[in-house]
Design a protein around this ligand. Structure first.
Ligand SMILES: [Ca+2]
Ligand SMILES: [Ca+2]
Length: 152
């Protein structure tokens, strides 16, 4: 009976050590759908939640979005895609440097947003008489999008 009790105590100690080592080992997970949004519109801010028990930072070997890690509850990866980033996608990648190092990444989808063309110079105070045709000869229109749409 005493031997059985000793074996049980030994097993409990071993299991406690195994589970506590799991609880203490560093982990990191990035989720760009929470709160997101993912996909995100170009020029709009988005956030990815980072779940970790370590201190996360950008994984410069894999990250292509160029976001920033912000401390908080939870940690977040903050990113605002540029006009040139959309349409397309990029990789948000983070790591924890505590031993052993852990890495994780998520893909961010970036939507193109169509903006209207702009005049330069902008036509103002134009008045024409009935039956006349207005011809904008001193200005030109450009599309601010990248890639730009063809103007007609
Ligand atoms: Ca674009
Ligand atoms: Ca456009």
């Amino acid at each position: 009976m005493n031997k059985t009790k000793s074996v049980l105590i030994y097993l409990i100690v071993i299991l406690t050590l195994v589970f506590s080592s799991f609880a203490c080992s560093d982990h990191v997970k990035i989720d760009c759908s929470t709160p997101g949004p993912n996909p995100v519109d170009e020029l709009s801010a988005m956030k990815c939640h980072i779940t970790t028990n370590g201190t996360p930072r950008i994984d410069k070997t894999k990250d292509t979005c160029g976001g920033l890690v912000s401390e908080g509850r939870p940690w977040t990866y903050d990113f605002t895609p540029s006009e040139e980033d959309g349409p397309g996608s990029c990789i948000a990648a983070v790591e924890v440097v505590e031993s052993p190092p852990k890495k994780n990444s998520d893909v961010v989808i970036i939507n193109e947003v169509n903006k209207p063309p702009t005049w330069s110079p902008e036509p103002r105070d134009i008045s024409i008489s009935m039956g006349s045709v207005y011809d904008q000869v001193n200005g030109y229109a450009t599309d601010p999008d990248h890639p730009a749409q063809t103007l007609s």
